[in-house]
Ligand binder design. Structure first.
Ligand code: HEC
Ligand code: HEC
Length: 352
């Protein structure tokens, strides 16, 4: 222990003058947009809105998925749909520290935005869902989401709504019994894959170096140089790996929570996964407060400071934090036009 501390002090003493000079340099330099873009293009990937589906069945499947996403009659109390917690008004999140589901039950964690979730390598904070399909199917049973005791109960509710008979048949032609939980999941996942939200950052990455304001560019430079991009990278600016929350210092001492979530260790039962979480995507992050898996932090600037401290052992100046937050604001895209409840099926169909 003592040895480690001495080494740390020696290390800190030897790099400190270097840290100070690089800080001074980054502060006075306005980044050169051309080389900043080249650096960024090697780390991140631009996203584009998805192309329209080529065949009829996929279009029907996406349309059905949209309906199912906004459908509350499959939940045990009849009030909860996916959109209840992933709301169009809240950038596909819910604005709560922890979500409230069926019969007012509290979820153990915060609801992430599902925009661009198709880019995640796994789903959920602890990566305990492999795919969008697995996520959507298991939502039917979540005691604090839809609350069905089993899949048969959920599917019976779906079958009792006449208009779905036709809709599932069109979306899954050639299937004898298309209304089942697998197809519920496939349709919803197909809809979710359309929910990509490009922003001015993508225009910048694609070569328009004036798409980001100077302050946003300064923030991007620091996001890269300080090491944030070591974890938050790729098309989603995250969503590609598991990392410990609290590499340098215990996270709960910074966020102030009293009962820390053990993260992935509770899923894998492996000590090495203690306090490990999926690195979240930062697309739309300026609109999805509160932050972290437990929604412990309301303010983005504070969340950024906590990240610098816990993950990189760095204390940010007000100027650094402000610029990084400005850059994160440039990751906000538009709510896709199809992210809204569809018109109800015509009455004739509904009461056939
Ligand atoms: C009661 C609120 C609630 C409902 C209803 C709900 N979700 Fe979620 N959703 C959450 C919470 C909370 C999480 C995070 C869970 C975790 O990580 O343990 C989440 C996570 C997700 C994720 C993973 C996102 C990521 O970045 O990891 C996806 C995708 C998702 N939900 C889609 C859906 C779909 C589709 C439905 C409907 C079938 C649905 N949700 C219903 C609250 C809800
Ligand atoms: C070693 C990997 C790593 C580094 C470096 C890192 N992060 Fe993170 N970041 C994570 C993880 C893991 C989480 C999820 C924490 C949790 O469980 O709530 C996260 C969460 C976040 C969140 C909250 C997102 C949300 O939706 O709640 C923000 C904002 C963020 N990071 C920004 C940054 C910034 C800015 C930097 C650089 C100063 C940075 N991160 C550096 C791994 C990292």
């Amino acid at each position: 222990m003592k040895f480690v501390r001495v080494v740390l002090i020696l290390f800190t003493a030897s790099v400190w003058p270097w840290v100070m000079t690089t800080q001074a340099q980054t502060r006075s330099d306005t980044p050169d947009p051309g080389s900043l873009r080249a650096d960024a293009a090697a780390i991140f990937l631009p996203i584009a809105p998805p192309l329209a589906p080529r065949d009829g069945a996929s279009a029907q499947r996406i349309d059905l998925g949209r309906r199912l996403f906004f459908e509350n009659r499959v939940s045990m109390d009849g009030n909860i749909s996916c959109a209840f917690c992933h709301s169009p008004e809240k950038q596909a999140s819910d604005g709560l520290p922890k979500s409230i589901g069926v019969f007012g039950k509290e979820n153990p964690r915060n609801a992430p935005s599902i925009f661009n979730a198709a880019l995640n390598f796994k789903q959920h904070w602890r990566g305990d869902r492999e795919s969008l399909e697995e996520q959507a199917e298991k939502s039917l049973l979540g005691p604090a989401s839809f609350g069905n005791p089993d899949l048969a109960t959920a599917i019976a509710k779906l079958k009792a709504i006449p208009a779905y008979g036709e809709a599932f048949k069109n979306a899954f032609p050639n299937e004898a019994e298309p209304i089942n939980s697998k197809n519920w999941a496939r349709a919803i996942a197909a809809f979710e894959r359309t929910l990509l939200t490009p922003s001015v950052f993508d225009a910048f990455l694609s070569g328009n170096t004036t798409a980001l304001a100077p302050r946003e560019q300064a923030g991007l430079r620091k996001f890269i140089d300080f090491g944030c991009a070591g974890c938050h990278n790729g098309a989603g600016v995250g969503g590609r790996s598991f990392q410990k929350f609290g590499v340098q210092t215990d996270y709960w001492k910074e966020t102030g929570v009293e009962t820390p979530d053990k993260g992935r260790a509770d899923v894998t039962k492996d000590e090495a996964d203690l306090y490990v979480f999926k690195v979240p995507e930062l697309r739309n992050v300026a609109r999805t407060a509160p932050y972290f898996h437990d929604g412990a932090v309301d303010d983005l600037t504070r969340a950024v400071r906590i990240m610098a401290k816990t993950q990189l052992g760095r204390t940010l100046s007000d100027a650094d934090a402000g610029e990084i937050v400005a850059f994160l604001g440039a990751l906000t895209g538009q709510v896709p036009t199809n992210y809204s409840p569809p018109d109800p099926y015509p009455d004739a169909q509904e009461h056939k």
